[in-house]
Write a protein that binds this ligand. Structure first.
Ligand code: HGY
Ligand code: MN
Ligand code: MN
Length: 411
């Protein structure tokens, strides 16, 4: 059968994207579905409804990862696509969601065309990809591939003091299936770029070569609370000042290193957080990324040396807790080249590129050939309610996914 003319139904795909975005909707077209919240449950239930309507057989594991499988002529490990449906607190409707819903669209197109594939096809969504509530990010897919022990993951305490395991139970997604033992033939994830490159170069498709390294740490700075008016500057142990100094050093360090180095202080809480009290405690996070592992380690070492000096200078105690640490991950050349070739065959412009964000595909790469398809983000914006990708670009990315999955499932 000639599959060349197969195309997704972009109207149906956009309807699902908009439908899912209603669950946890916030102002400005945004979405807040933090992992394992009631909003996340509502989103999960909705996607499961669609999976069941498509006749997929459903597998839910102890981490709440969900896999919907469409049988092939030959039983065995599936060709898999998917992503995540949890979001950051101020998320957009495309980050993660696009990859899952485009996967369902591929299934529906093949069903409507009466096409059976040699190998099974699977669409997955992984728990807690964002890591915004429970660190690390990509936690679900990391447990799925056996990279993190399930019991350890269940005991992780979130930013609100809740545990992963109890929240999974609460939303009814602590599944029976085992983690770390599910064979996958290959994995291709469609995702918005979340950066400015494709739009700036007017290119439609990104063939993602690798994901950069990620280093997340939480620092607790303990000083001494005192009266803001009566305490001479020379006698202060000001945790608030120390935290601000760290944030400035993270910026300076990234600028000094240049290249792909980025650094972010995204969360910062002071205690007692009052106008007339010198803070005695600051808790802040540092997110470092670099495509080069040696440079990422150099950034970590430079910050550590700065903290030692700061602690001595300011008379504050600084303790740290590792939240996430992943080295750069290369994707499989067969998949990268497949994205390039498929995009060109379909008449789309395409370029190879790294990913600045972390993705579930980087965890699946531990157990099978994996890769990603990027589509442009308007203004390079993401993790912001203004996140937007045009239907034309979504259609292009989903068509590349359709043809890649179909080809890989016949190989
Ligand atoms: O932080 C990240 O790179 C991803 O959004 N989890
Ligand atoms: Mn994502
Ligand atoms: Mn994200």
């Amino acid at each position: 059968m000639n599959l060349e003319h197969l195309r997704v139904d972009i109207g149906r795909l956009m309807d699902r994207i908009d439908d899912l975005a209603e669950l946890g909707a916030i102002g400005g077209n945004g979405v807040c579905r933090l992992a394992l919240t009631p909003e996340d449950k509502a989103g999960r239930d909705r996607v499961l409804d669609w999976m069941r309507a498509l006749g997929l057989s459903i597998r839910i594991d102890g981490m709440g990862n969900v896999v919907g499988v469409r049988p092939g002529r030959t039983p065995g490990p599936p060709v898999m696509t998917g992503s995540h449906i949890d979001t950051v607190r101020t998320g957009g409707r495309y980050d993660g969601n696009l990859g899952v819903l485009a996967g369902l669209e591929v299934i529906q197109v093949l069903d409507e065309a009466g096409i059976e594939t040699e190998h099974p096809l699977a669409v997955a969504f992984f728990t807690n990809e964002e890591g915004a509530r429970f660190a690390p990010d990509m936690m679900g897919s990391l447990v799925f591939v056996g990279g993190m022990d399930l019991d350890v993951a269940h005991e992780v305490v979130g930013i609100d003091g809740r545990r992963v395991g109890e929240c999974l139970t609460e939303i009814g997604y602590l599944g029976e299936a085992a983690c770390g033992q599910y064979p996958v033939r290959c994995f291709v994830e469609l995702h918005v770029e979340q950066g400015p490159v494709l739009e700036a170069e007017s290119i439609t498709i990104g063939a993602v070569e690798r994901v950069q390294g990620i280093s997340w740490s939480e620092y607790t700075i303990r000083g001494f609370s005192n009266h803001a008016g009566t305490t001479p500057m020379r006698l202060r142990k000001d945790a608030g000042y120390a935290a601000a100094a760290v944030a400035c050093e993270v910026r300076r360090l990234a600028a000094r290193m240049g290249g792909d180095q980025v650094g972010t202080v995204g969360a910062l809480n002071l205690k007692p957080n009052l106008v007339n009290v010198v803070p005695n405690e600051a808790v802040l996070t540092v997110d470092f990324r670099n495509t080069d592992e040696a440079l990422l380690r150099a950034a970590e070492a430079q910050l550590s040396a700065f903290l030692d000096t700061l602690s001595a200078q300011e008379g504050v105690e600084i303790s740290s807790r590792r939240l996430a640490r992943f080295e750069p991950v290369p994707f499989h050349e067969t998949v990268i080249a497949g994205v390039e070739r498929t995009a060109r065959d379909l008449g789309y412009s395409v370029r190879r590129m790294p990913s600045g964000a972390g993705h579930d595909a980087q965890m699946l790469a531990r157990i099978c050939p994996a890769g990603m398809i990027f589509v442009p983000s308007a203004g390079g914006i993401s993790h912001n309610v203004k996140e937007y990708t045009s239907p034309d670009d979504i259609e292009a990315g989903a068509n590349v996914l359709l043809h890649m999955l179909t080809e890989l499932a016949e190989a």
